[in-house]
Design a protein around this ligand. Structure first.
Ligand SMILES: [Zn+2]
Length: 376
């Protein structure tokens, strides 16, 4: 009586329910398996079914009620005894991660019983937990706020170098909140030429070459940000990728953005030659296609977010895009000298919309969500 009481207490306090008399098990730790033995009256119908992490044994044997057992076994996490509607019962073995079931076998005893033996292999050491997934590398985006320092860029209702920096810093913040690393070609009002270089065009050449060089290394995307200007009143957004152009207006824009004057003409020719070579090179060609796609996504998102006009995606010989082996585009976010758009560009809330359009498009192209999340 005392023995029974003690056994009951153990059962209650360990939280483990007693197995029925016809099921017992023993762990063979050294051999790496646990053996479960059903001891059944001769002639008891049985059926064993393995299905992934669950093994079911159907028995022509009734259990009083549904029950769950915790066998404290490295191979089996839980056993459920489930009475079946039409009579009989099902015993479900839920395997531990990494454990597996061997094929059962049957032993006939001399005592009017037979034994259904089911072995479960323990998970291999260190194989229990799935290996941690390698973290995908953090994408790196280069943002290039056009101009800076002695070169203000175009001046209208706004000063280009101020707008490009402000927009770039806003895009950076949005991208970083989505786990994208951002490299800026400049983060203040300066250019990249050494202090002792006096000549404006010499400075410009060094500056543009250094910016173009910043597309190299482990970078995924390059976006140069600029503000447009026009002799005839014009407004809207245009996005460029590297290529040649037959459009005299676009060519003129490229010469201006490439430093203007004789330098602008020279660098535009160089970029044009590079673009021509790229068209004969399969890898460079593929990259230009990615750039064109990036340009289209940026344009679509910018027009949607700002309500501005689309002036299309074009190719042009921009020197800053020349070296890129990654998708690289130049965005003209609007016209500084347009009476409506120029004043819009002067407003922080409008520049935030521009930044959201650019960031959303970049996230979309990087496959980092739909890009919708950047819009708040
Ligand atoms: Zn510019």
């Amino acid at each position: 009586m005392r023995k029974l009481l003690l056994a009951l207490l153990i059962v209650v306090f360990s939280g483990v329910l007693a197995a029925p008399g016809w099921l017992r098990w023993g762990e063979h730790a050294d051999e790496g398996f646990t053996r479960y033995v059903f001891e059944l009256p001769l002639g008891t119908p049985y059926q064993v079914e393995r299905n992934g992490a669950v093994l079911r044994v159907r028995l022509g044997l009734d259990v009083a009620k549904a029950e769950a057992l915790k066998p404290q076994d490295p191979a089996v996490e839980r056993i459920e005894l489930v009475p079946q509607n039409g009579g009989g019962s099902e015993v479900r073995f839920y395997l531990q991660p990494g454990a597996s079931a061997k094929k059962y076998f049957v032993l006939e005893g001399p005592d009017g019983k037979f034994r259904l033996v089911q072995d479960f292999l323990h998970p291999k050491k260190g194989a229990a937990a799935p290996p941690p997934k390698p973290k995908p590398p953090t994408p790196v985006v280069v943002l290039d706020p056009g101009h800076g320092g002695p070169d203000p860029g175009t001046v209208g209702y706004v000063v280009e170098k101020e707008i490009t920096l402000d927009v770039a810093l806003r895009v950076k913040k949005l991208l970083e909140s989505h786990g994208v690393k951002v490299v800026l070609t400049r983060d203040g009002d300066y250019d990249l030429a050494p202090k002792d270089v006096q000549d404006f065009y010499q400075r410009k050449l060094i500056d543009l070459a250094k910016r173009a060089k910043m597309t190299e290394g482990k970078r995924n995307l390059f976006v140069s940000i600029h503000v447009n200007s026009a002799e005839k009143p014009a407004r809207g957004i245009e996005v460029y990728y590297l290529g040649k152009t037959l459009d005299s207006r676009v060519l003129k824009l490229a010469i201006t953005e490439n430093g203007g004057g004789a330098l602008g003409v020279k660098l535009t020719k160089e970029a044009s030659t590079t673009a021509e070579k790229a068209l004969a090179d399969l890898i460079a060609q593929g990259n230009l296609q990615f750039s064109e796609r990036l340009a289209n996504v940026i344009l679509a998102d910018l027009v949607k977010d700002t309500g501005s006009t689309s002036r299309g995606v074009h190719s042009a010989p921009f020197y800053v895009l020349r070296n890129a082996r990654i998708p690289a585009v130049l965005v003209e976010v609007g016209f500084a000298n347009h009476p409506v758009e120029g004043r819009q560009l002067a407003r922080a809330d409008y520049r935030q919309k521009i930044a959201q359009g650019i960031a959303g498009a970049i996230l979309q192209v990087l496959g980092n969500g739909s890009g919708k999340t950047a819009r708040r």
